[in-house]
Design a protein around this ligand. Structure first.
Ligand code: DON
Length: 569
């Protein structure tokens, strides 16, 4: 794919406008139709600022997305990084091109179906999530290079600069980082000297909020990538160091695994709802298909007019059915024939809807029951809209908080534990209580099924982008955000909404502490639902919105996290 023709960025636009006006011409349609302002919402203020820095340097939304991703890879290693991967969903204003850049991690060649099973056939949960065996081959560096090279206007090296600077100069520990480090990752980070040295104080304690963490090794790695391109990571020095470090610690990566990693461009999943077109994540994400199924089921009911209990009932029943299909039919499309057309068709959804009783919950007892483990994961989502109307919705991950908590000495970044997104054994729950079968079993070079659901919503009057971390809950959070968009609300509303979730098994609606009143819970239970009110809220949603009618550009950053920031400039 060649470079796109020079589009207009915020800086270039002013100059061009002047020239064109001076020459007596009208602006070309793409530039004239742009919002004229940019919005970026991400999980960290330094990342949001870096995105705007790159726009101000003449970059477009795609360059900004590279910068935001790279800064998050430094300051939010709880959630994503160059040891992980993700999906970047791109919308280009000039020609309407849309693509999902699939930088999902991939199983190494020596991976096999039963690699996480103990001798007695049970799943070794520790091996599946902690240490080098849990790590799949990272895709983020390839993703950033691909986006910069094919869609950006600036060189990769320029867009990596803010991340390199911040890795070298350091960033202050913030509340969420401190909390995940103390509560979820501490014991396992202690196991690996390089991770311990990078994130803990010399005495092995968790640094206090405000303490500045510097990651000179990571700055060096990023600088090498800036100087030599992605080959430095996949074939050169860094690859050598990664393979040696992983193997010494008991892992199975080879140089060939890294060298053969490739970005895949996927056609997004398209679906319509309420007069809007949704552009969302394709397999190996399950998100877009599940969202399409749920919206197709829900389109028959005037949701906004229903009382909250009835509305919740219908939505939970749609969630239940989409998650059943997720477990049975979804996996890496390069390895398993995913019935995309059927699952996203209105006809199929009409059939599913016909099985929903208006006043009774359908028991989910067609599959063996299981319990969702405590939610220990983290991932990151950001949304970018530039002044020309280009949009990026990106969800990136290392899977659980600080990934597999393992760091190869001299690199400064943790590796992912995305291997746990495969189904280690048919019907056995992973860290998010998700089950799967043959479609998502482990195979060499296969990509594990994901729930990450970056989504763009397009209409004549409004253009929005949203997404969030949250494991299996990502899909249902994005659904609720879409429904809120449909009710005319803005990004701040989508990201703040109280959340509830159903994933087929376990058979219950889980709810944030303030999602329902006691009366609403009683009414749902009377319909046959089990409602579990969770102790903690979940998610970290970041969205942007351009109201084409009013010209207003807004952005929203989830109030549940302290470090996130939405800036319109
Ligand atoms: O790709 C996935 O679906 C998971 N690895 C995402 C993990 C996640 O969102 C954890 N956040 N709470």
């Amino acid at each position: 794919m060649g470079k796109i023709p020079q589009a207009d960025g915020p800086g270039g636009r002013v100059i061009r406008l002047f020239c064109l006006v001076a020459a007596g011409f009208l602006l070309p349609a793409a530039a004239a139709e742009g919002p004229g302002k940019a919005a970026i919402a991400s999980a960290h203020y330094l990342a949001t600022e870096a995105g705007h820095e790159i726009l101000a340097a003449g970059g477009n939304a795609f360059d900004a997305a590279v910068a935001v991703s790279a800064v998050l890879a430094v300051v939010e290693q709880t959630s994503s990084g160059i040891g992980g991967g993700g999906f970047w969903l791109l919308h280009r204003a000039s020609d309407g091109m849309e693509v999902m850049v699939d930088g999902r991690e991939q199983a190494p060649a020596a991976a096999h179906k039963d690699m996480f099973l103990n001798e007695d056939g049970s799943v070794n949960r520790d091996l599946a999530v902690n240490g080098p065996l849990a790590a799949a081959i990272p895709g983020e560096v390839a993703g950033l290079a691909h986006i910069a090279g094919n869609y950006g206007r600036l060189p990769l090296a320029r867009s990596l600069q803010p991340a390199i600077r911040i890795a070298r100069e350091g960033f202050p520990v913030y509340e969420k980082f401190h909390w995940i480090l103390s509560n979820w990752a501490y014991d396992n980070i202690l196991r690996w000297p390089a991770a311990r040295e990078a994130f803990l104080l010399e005495d092995g304690s968790v640094p206090p909020i405000g303490h500045v963490i510097r990651l000179p090794d990571l700055a060096g790695v990023l600088q090498q990538i800036a100087d030599q391109g992605p080959d430095a990571f996949y074939r050169g020095d860094i690859a050598q160091r990664l393979v040696e470090g992983v193997r010494q610690a008991g892992g199975i990566w080879t140089m060939e695994d890294l060298a053969s990693y490739e970005i895949k461009e996927r056609q997004p999943i398209y679906t319509e709802f309420g007069g809007y077109e949704l552009v969302t994540a394709a397999p190996p994400s399950s998100g877009g298909i599940a969202i399409a199924t749920m919206l197709n089921i829900l389109e028959a009911w005037p949701l906004a007019e229903l009382d909250r209990v009835q509305r919740t009932h219908y939505i939970a029943e749609a969630m239940r059915r989409a998650f059943r299909d997720r477990a049975l039919f979804l996996g890496d499309p390069d390895f398993y024939e995913v019935p995309v057309e059927r699952l996203t068709s209105q006809f199929y959804a009409d059939g599913l809807r016909a099985s929903i009783h208006p006043g009774r919950a359908t028991p989910s007892d067609m599959l063996p029951g299981n319990d969702a483990g405590p939610e220990r994961g983290d991932t990151t989502h950001f949304s970018v809209l530039d002044a020309d109307g280009n949009v990026v919705a990106a969800t990136l991950t290392v899977n659980l908080g600080f990934g597999n908590r393992f760091m190869v000495p001299g690199t400064g970044f943790v590796l992912n534990n995305e291997m746990d997104d495969f189904s280690a054994k048919p019907g056995e729950p992973n860290a998010f209580g998700l089950i799967g079968f043959v479609a998502n079993e482990i195979q060499p070079h296969k990509r594990p099924l994901s729930s990450m659901s970056p989504t763009i919503i397009k209409g004549e009057d409004r253009l929005g982008a949203l997404g969030t971390p949250g494991g299996s809950r990502i899909i249902t959070m994005v659904l609720l955000g879409i429904l809120d968009f449909m009710e005319g609300n803005d990004a701040e509303s989508w990201v703040s909404l109280p959340r509830f979730h159903h994933q087929y098994v376990p058979d219950r609606i889980s709810a944030e502490p303030d999602a329902f009143t006691a009366e609403e819970i009683a009414a749902l239970e009377a319909m046959g639902h089990t409602v579990e009110v969770r102790e903690h809220a979940w998610g970290n949603m970041h969205g942007v919105l351009w109201n084409r009618e009013s010209g207003e550009v807004t952005a929203g950053s989830d109030p549940r996290s302290d470090a996130g920031r939405a800036i319109v400039r």
